[in-house]
Design a protein. Structure first.
Length: 153
C-alpha cells in the first residue's frame, strides 16, 4: 500500500516545502541583497491599499519606518523557515507563517497588477494554515524531542 506511505509522509513534506518557500523569500532580504530594495515597495503600498484603516497604518506607520518593518519581516521569515524546515515548534511557526502570508496578501498583493501573481500570496495563507492544522508530521525534530509521558499509576 504505497498510498498509506505517501499519506504518512505528506505532513512532513508539506512542512518542508512551506519552510523552503519562506527561506526563499527570507534569503532575498539577507546580505548582500539587504532590505533596501523594499523601500520603494513599502512606501508605495498605501496608494494601492483598498482596505480603510489599513491604508492609514501603512501610510503613517509603516512607510516612514520602512527599514524597521523590512528587517522585522526578514527576521520573521527566516525564523519561520528555520523552524519549519527543522520541524521544531511546527504549529507555532506555521501560525506565524499564516500571519505573515496574510499580511502580504492584504498589503503587497493589492499592488500587483498580475492576477495570477496575486494568487501566490493567497495560496501561501492556505498552505501555511494547512501545515498548522496537520502539524510537523512523522519526520520532525519535535517528535524526537518529545518526552514519553509516564503511565498513570
Amino acid at each position: 500500500m504505497p498510498t498509506n506511505n505517501v499519506l504518512r509522509w505528506y505532513p512532513s513534506l508539506a512542512r518542508m516545502v512551506v519552510g523552503g518557500y519562506w527561506l526563499y523569500f527570507a534569503y532575498q532580504k539577507w546580505p548582500p541583497h539587504g532590505v533596501d530594495w523594499m523601500r520603494g515597495l513599502m512606501q508605495s503600498n498605501p496608494a494601492h491599499e483598498p482596505i480603510p484603516g489599513l491604508q492609514q497604518i501603512l501610510q503613517y506607520l509603516v512607510a516612514p519606518n520602512w527599514h524597521f518593518f523590512a528587517v522585522s519581516q526578514a527576521v520573521a521569515e527566516t525564523a519561520v523557515a528555520a523552524l519549519l524546515l527543522l520541524g521544531l515548534a511546527t504549529r507555532v511557526a506555521a501560525l506565524a507563517g499564516t500571519l505573515l502570508a496574510a499580511e502580504l496578501a492584504l498589503t503587497v498583493a493589492f499592488g500587483v497588477t498580475d492576477t495570477g501573481f496575486q494568487w501566490m500570496y493567497y495560496l501561501a495563507v492556505i498552505v501555511n494554515a494547512q501545515v498548522f492544522v496537520a502539524g510537523g508530521g512523522p519526520f520532525a525534530l519535535e517528535r524526537l524531542l518529545k518526552r514519553p509521558q509516564p503511565a498513570p499509576s
